[in-house]
Design a protein around this ligand. Structure first.
Ligand SMILES: [Zn+2]
Length: 249
């Protein structure tokens, strides 16, 4: 199980009145337990989707949290792409349809990640990635209605699990077209790779979570300093002149 902890407070939604980042309390213990792995630290639902891969930059620990269609439903509910009240009301798709939906979401996620990485690195987005992304954004424009009130952003309210990718496309449109990607950051934690929008006043956020990667970094620094002090003390003891051996009477 991932040792990451979900932050207690979530970021405010910037998408639509329908796609929000706050949900009602978990309706039962089962739901609360099922979504314990979900972390919403990206500051935007599309970034939270990208972050459903844990330890992206560490092949030994890399974990895809969207392993099954159930995981997708759980994440979508917690990320408020699906309203909590609909959680138990969704009709189950056929296994084939569920697999198709999951594959489509994963493809959207990975293309978004690659595009964001290119953007962060200051290089042109890979042509193939860009084509896929443009198709997704065009699809969102064609299929998603505008919200019924200001701000007039794209709003999708899935009533069927197969519509989750449509809601994700609308969220990607919001991220890539309407958000300030100059605030995009990658967590500096070793192996982490999670992305987020740095909305701090002085744009100095370094970690996905100060209680996760931030804390791990502080512990590592403390251990390094302690080791260094011990090494210095040991070296001083070695270099010191040996006390003269007492002369036997
Ligand atoms: Zn991190």
């Amino acid at each position: 199980m991932d040792t990451r902890k979900s932050p207690g407070a979530r970021s405010r939604s910037t998408t639509t009145p329908v796609v929000q980042t706050s949900v009602s309390p978990a309706p039962d213990g089962e739901y609360a337990a099922r979504d314990a792995w979900v972390s919403l630290i990206g500051g935007h639902p599309a970034l939270d989707l990208v972050n459903t891969v844990s330890w992206r930059l560490d092949p030994a620990r890399r974990t895809d949290r969207l392993a099954t269609h159930d995981d997708l439903i759980t994440w979508s509910t917690r990320a408020a792409l699906i309203e909590t009240a609909c959680y138990t009301g969704l009709s189950l798709p056929s296994p084939k349809s569920a697999e198709r939906t999951l594959t489509r979401v994963r493809a959207l996620r990975e293309n978004a990640y690659l595009a964001l990485c290119d953007h962060l690195a200051g290089r042109p987005v890979d042509a193939g990635v860009l084509d896929t992304l443009r198709a997704a954004l065009s699809s969102a424009l064609r299929g998603a209605p505008a919200a019924p009130a200001f701000p007039l952003r794209l709003a999708v309210r899935p009533t069927d699990a197969t519509q989750i990718p449509d809601a994700i496309e609308a969220s990607l449109f919001d991220l890539f077209v309407l958000q300030d990607l100059a605030r995009l950051r990658e967590c500096q934690g070793t192996g982490c790779g999670w992305l987020y929008l740095d909305r701090s006043r002085n744009r100095s956020r370094r970690w996905c979570s100060s209680t996760d990667c931030g804390n791990r970094h502080r512990v590592h620094q403390f251990a390094t300093r302690a080791r260094s002090s011990l090494d210095t003390a040991a070296s001083s003891a070695t270099d010191a002149p040996s006390p003269s051996r007492p002369v036997a009477p």
